[in-house]
Write a protein of this length. Structure first.
Length: 312
């Protein structure tokens, strides 16, 4: 998959795609349905399969002081789209100039002039242009006059619940990893490089791979059964484990992170990119009265996680 980050300097070979347009935070089942429709449209006109998204997320641009809400960072989103067979990812910079474009100008300057898209697919609730004034029906009208096709995808529901990034955030806030996975179509994953921590886990007999979750919507704090993929390096592969997400109240910490104990693993992962999939919530974050009590609970957590993961 090729990633294009500047629509005004684009190789002619990267123009002419059929592209799904949206933020694609989480790349959930609704997003996947939009991409599947785009795949069909691309095949009909013999065009590359593309996705056009925005970076930073428009919500972060307009509400930069808001609490972290993203389900995945840009790299994780790209990894997921690559797995879906997307050939071209247009990460259009969201800035003041783009935010000020009226809907018709957005269609002409970005979709037609900059990217040369031949067909676009959007969700039924898609809005675009200054003040989100443009709707899906407007895009269809612009497509007719400007020469690109438009498909509007219906809203996807599951058990009468609308599948959305908001609904997935709500499930994760409650620690319901399986409900989130049912809407995502895959386990919710936290991705990033392993950072150096205080190495307390090593002293406790539970060395962990630590990862920042800064900028992401935090799942319910606590311990989870997880699957951990080491994405590159000498230890590349898939492993089972248990992860603690939170602020480590027993040790007076206050910056949330994810600490993953990988079962039956020996090796140095500092700096390695990892992906931690939340499978099941085991218990909330607790403040233990002693280190010995903490170790006893960690033993129980890992035993429970091993049992759960043996059936996944």
């Amino acid at each position: 998959m090729r990633i294009i980050r500047d629509p005004h300097f684009i190789d002619p070979a990267d123009r002419g795609a059929a592209a799904a347009i949206g933020n694609f935070d989480g790349v959930h089942l609704g997003h996947q349905a939009v991409i599947d429709l785009t795949r069909l449209a691309a095949a009909k006109i013999d065009a590359p399969l593309g996705v056009m998204t925005f970076e930073p997320h428009p919500r972060a641009y307009f509400h930069h002081d808001a609490a972290p809400f993203r389900l995945m960072n840009a790299e994780a989103r790209a990894n997921r789209l690559d797995k879906l067979g997307v050939a071209l990812l247009y990460e259009v910079p969201f800035n003041a100039a783009l935010a000020a474009l009226p809907p018709e100008d957005f269609a002409r300057e970005i979709i037609v002039d900059a990217l040369g898209l031949t067909h676009v697919v959007v969700g039924q609730d898609f809005c675009f242009g200054k003040d989100r004034a443009g709707k899906a029906a407007d895009l269809q009208a612009f497509g007719e006059t400007m020469g690109f096709g438009v498909t509007v995808a219906p809203i996807l529901t599951s058990d009468d619940i609308r599948i959305s990034s908001t609904a997935i955030r709500d499930a994760l806030s409650e620690g319901d990893a399986r409900a989130a996975a049912a809407m995502l179509g895959h386990w919710h994953r936290l991705e990033g490089a392993v950072i150096r921590g205080e190495q307390r886990g090593r002293d406790l007999g539970y060395p962990t791979a630590n990862m920042s979750i800064d900028g992401l919507h935090p799942p319910r704090f606590g311990v989870y059964a997880v699957k951990c993929d080491v994405l590159d390096g000498p230890h590349k592969g898939s492993y089972n484990g248990a992860a603690s997400i939170g602020v480590r109240p027993m040790f007076g910490e206050n910056e949330a992170n994810c600490e993953t104990f990988i079962f039956d693993f020996k090796g140095d992962l500092y700096g390695a990119p990892i992906s931690v999939a939340l499978v099941e919530f085991l218990r909330p974050e607790l403040n233990f009265t002693s280190v010995d009590t903490l170790i006893v609970q960690m033993d129980k957590d890992c035993e429970m996680a091993r049992d759960i993961l043996s059936h996944v």
